[in-house]
Design a protein around this ligand. Structure first.
Ligand SMILES: [Zn+2]
Length: 168
């Protein structure tokens, strides 16, 4: 990826979202390919991020909350975005998102996956694995939404499970 368009001005804001608590919204029209906001956080070695992810997973099972904000930077380091100085963490999951999280020279950016209109919520696919999907219900409202936050290539499995439940 080398043809990013950078914004000189801030083109997002955090406000209340219909999807989940707070969300990130476009404050101007944004062209496809624009790097919108860097996903900031603490750089941590893999062992620590694995331990944190497990801890959050436990919390999520107990409280139905505790989303994981970890991104991979490279083979040795991850990024934990659950910090106050990372407004990008407010971007919600959507099953038909308008942004992608892209690792660009070991920096994670939220990049516009299509042209985005001013006022639209900025979302990306959290890409959770199938094994914990029941902990992460999705209310994004997309026609293709399986009702849970699961990465795209595994969503058919959720639909199949849901169909089975209906038949019983
Ligand atoms: Zn959804």
């Amino acid at each position: 990826m080398s043809s990013f368009q950078d914004t000189d001005t801030i083109c997002w804001e955090v406000r209340n979202s219909g999807i989940h608590n707070n969300g990130l919204f476009a404050t101007s029209d944004i062209l496809q390919g624009t790097r919108i906001i860097e996903y900031l956080g603490e750089r941590i070695p893999k062992e620590i991020s694995r331990a944190r992810a497990l801890e959050w997973d436990k919390q999520a099972r107990k409280e139905g909350a505790g989303l994981v904000y970890i991104f991979e930077i490279n083979d040795e380091w991850d990024l934990d975005g659950n910090v106050d100085y990372n407004p990008a963490k407010y971007s919600n999951h959507h099953c038909e998102p308008n942004c992608e999280a892209i690792n660009y020279d070991e920096h994670i950016w939220l990049v516009a996956a299509c042209d985005i209109k001013k006022g639209n919520e900025l979302t990306f696919d959290y890409g959770y694995a199938i094994d914990s999907f029941l902990d992460h219900p999705c209310r994004c409202g997309a026609p293709s939404c399986p009702g849970y936050i699961v990465r795209k290539d595994q969503r058919w499995r959720v639909r199949r499970l849901a169909n089975k439940k209906k038949k019983v």
